[in-house]
Design a protein around this ligand. Structure first.
Ligand SMILES: Nc1ncnc2c1ncn2[C@@H]1O[C@H](COP(=O)(O)OP(=O)(O)OP(=O)(O)O)[C@@H](O)[C@H]1O
Length: 321
């Protein structure tokens, strides 16, 4: 789906929180990155219809979702969007099943609800917990249920507002990988707000960097990293926790995604990496099938990795130490 924003702006009283924003978004996994208070949440809420812009237009493909001129404003529940927040609230007195089923009334025929709940509980690896109450689950498990609940309505777009910031580092990485997998599997798009640069670099197809209510840059992680548009972006991205040995994930289009060692990536899992002479030799499993080798070469600003399978170069990426 193409999400188009034309001159979307927002004032709270006299405070201009978003300056006219123009964006066309088509990528599957988009992150919005920026310092606290730069307007990330406000932009998400505007997309979801929970906050009304002061002016501008929003279209999803050719459908006008919001237009200040035409007085068009499609209601949140008709936008086919779901939101996952950090401080999601599950109903404490309802079972997990009821928590998810609740939002499906009127969307899924009654007899189809158990099957849908099963499907999403499977996706988030929470099968078997349907009869429990939220209080019986850990924070991470509750977060999975919140994700399942969002997925259950079969949205075209899922908006994540710092959903992982309350989790500890290990759980956070695990959830990052799982969310990426789930979004890859489902026919939907995601916009993910974070102020964690590494998280944005790791997860996104496209990154929007915001600064004080404006778009500072939009691009792939590689573009933003290699060619920051402004000193602010350079400084902000410079804080990324770049790579540890064996921490590369490679995608066919050459976009680098970086994860910590041991993390399972969709495209390549680093099994072992050793430094031999001036090169890293990296053994990797690619797309669950083949044993392969990387050769990594130090270059001016970092490392260049090339992955060969049967002597044919299939993936390449560059990155910093
Ligand atoms: N309902 C509101 N009324 C008045 N001001 C608001 C309101 N909501 C947000 N703001 C202000 O708008 C600005 C942007 O807030 P927003 O929550 O969108 O930022 P953010 O980038 O998501 O920040 P954080 O990373 O801290 O969540 C802030 O200065 C905030 O104080």
């Amino acid at each position: 789906m193409k999400i188009s924003l034309t001159n979307i702006e927002k004032k709270f009283g006299h405070a201009q929180v978003l300056w006219p924003i123009n964006l066309e978004l088509e990528s599957k996994f988009i992150t919005i990155l920026g310092q606290s208070g730069c307007g990330k949440t406000t932009l998400l809420k505007i997309l979801a219809g929970l906050e009304q812009p002061t002016g501008g237009e929003i279209r999803f493909d050719e459908t006008m979702i919001y237009s200040s001129k035409l007085h068009q404003n499609i209601k949140p529940n008709k936008r086919n969007i779901a939101m996952v927040f950090q401080d999601f609230a599950l109903w404490p007195h309802m079972t997990i099943f009821q928590n998810i089923a609740f939002g499906l009334k009127g969307i899924v025929p009654k007899e189809g609800i158990p099957e849908r709940v099963q499907y999403v509980m499977n996706l988030v690896k929470m099968k078997g917990y349907e009869k429990r109450k939220p209080g019986e689950l850990s924070g991470g498990q509750q977060q999975r249920v919140a994700l399942a609940r969002a997925l259950a309505t079969n949205p075209k777009l899922i908006l994540f507002d710092e959903p992982l910031s309350a989790l500890d580092a290990v759980l956070r990485e695990q959830m990052q990988a799982e969310i990426m997998q789930i979004i890859d599997e489902l026919d939907c798009q995601a916009i993910f707000v974070t102020h964690d640069q590494t998280e944005a670099m790791t997860m996104s197809d496209q990154i929007i960097v915001m600064e004080a209510g404006r778009i500072a840059q939009i691009g792939t992680p590689e573009e933003i990293y290699l060619a920051p548009a402004t000193p602010y972006v350079a400084d902000f991205i410079g804080k990324v926790n770049w790579f540890e040995k064996g921490s590369y994930i490679v995608r066919p289009e050459g976009v680098s995604r970086i994860q910590r060692p041991g993390t399972i990536a969709k495209f390549a899992t680093i099994i072992k990496s050793t430094f031999v002479g001036d090169r890293y030799l990296v053994q990797a499993e690619v797309e669950g099938k083949q044993w392969s080798f990387y050769e990594a070469q130090p270059i001016e600003h970092g490392i260049k990795l090339e992955l060969f399978i049967d002597k044919k170069q299939i993936y390449q990426l560059e990155g910093s130490h």
